[in-house]
Design a binder for this molecule. Structure first.
Ligand code: NAD
Length: 242
């Protein structure tokens, strides 16, 4: 039977690369994104996809999404995310809430909405956090906190859903040149990452997607509740985030 994967934030970046890799594996992919135009553009050349223009931070939209998707979904990738760089002193509550709503409420709402399907299929979930989840920095009060929440949510979900045969893991990407990252990475940050990362480069979208797809596959059948840093060795250096 064809596996049906649901990928949020699928219109570009890591989510689109993950969608394409799942398609290569023979899956059907439900592509969820709230950027309607970008989603249409991304989905147009692809076969075996169902584009769904929904906002993962909106409980009503997520309920509608779950009602519309026939499924059964056996793979869920909670990838949609917003970046925000700034110290606490300069972070408005509106911005804080927006980051939490997409980055943390989103994976909670979407996973909860698809629980019946995930349990029925003994499915696999991957939540996308960040190396920002693993250490604090002066610029990431909202983003880093939201991603640390995603990493812990992963453990909670894995512990709760193990008895149903549902696995939940977390991928923590290092820097990748997507729209999200390049909106906040100054040249100083880019240079500092190049120096600090043992592989001396940014990651590629496809390299993150490979880890996600592997964690969702039967090859990872005994792995749950884990955080996998896909970061060119950055975390191992112990160096702070630039
Ligand atoms: P991106 O901006 O290229 O893609 C994010 C996608 O999510 C966009 O298509 C956007 O429209 C969608 N999205 C945003 N909010 C949404 C919402 N509320 N509902 C539905 N869709 C929404 O960014 P990316 O770099 O590919 O990011 C993907 C994930 O990877 C994010 O969770 C991000 O935090 C994480 N990440 C990225 C990097 C990096 O350096 N690029 C590093 C670590 C973690």
């Amino acid at each position: 039977m064809t596996r049906i994967a649901l990928v949020t934030g699928a219109a570009r970046g890591i989510g689109l690369a993950t969608t394409k890799l799942f398609l290569e594996e023979g899956c059907h992919v439900v592509m969820v994104d709230n950027d309607v135009e970008e989603l249409e553009r991304a989905a147009a050349p692809l076969q075996n996809v169902t584009p769904m223009p929904y906002d993962v931070s909106d409980p009503e939209a997520v309920a509608t999404l779950a009602a519309e998707v026939e499924g059964p979904i056996s793979v869920l990738v909670n990838n949609a995310g917003l970046a925000d760089f700034g110290p606490m002193a300069e972070t408005s509550f509106e911005r804080w809430r927006a980051v939490m709503a997409t980055n943390l409420d989103g994976p909670f709402l979407v996973t909860q909405a698809f629980l019946p399907q995930l349990r029925a299929t003994k499915g696999a979930v991957v939540n996308i956090a960040s190396i920002s989840a693993l250490r604090a920095s002066t610029l990431r009060v909202a983003y880093g906190t939201s991603k640390a929440g995603v990493a812990h949510l992963t453990e909670q979900q894995a512990v709760e859903l193990g008895e149903y045969g549902v696995r939940v893991n977390c991928v923590c990407p290092g820097p990748v040149r997507t729209k999200l990252a390049m909106a906040v990475h100054t040249q100083d940050i880019i240079d500092a990452y190049h120096d600090a990362i043992p592989l001396n480069r940014y990651g590629q979208e496809r390299e993150i997607a490979e880890a996600i797809v592997w964690l969702c596959s039967d090859k990872a059948s005994y792995i749950t509740g884990q955080r996998l840093a896909v970061d060119g060795g950055f975390e191992a250096t112990g160096i702070g985030l630039p």
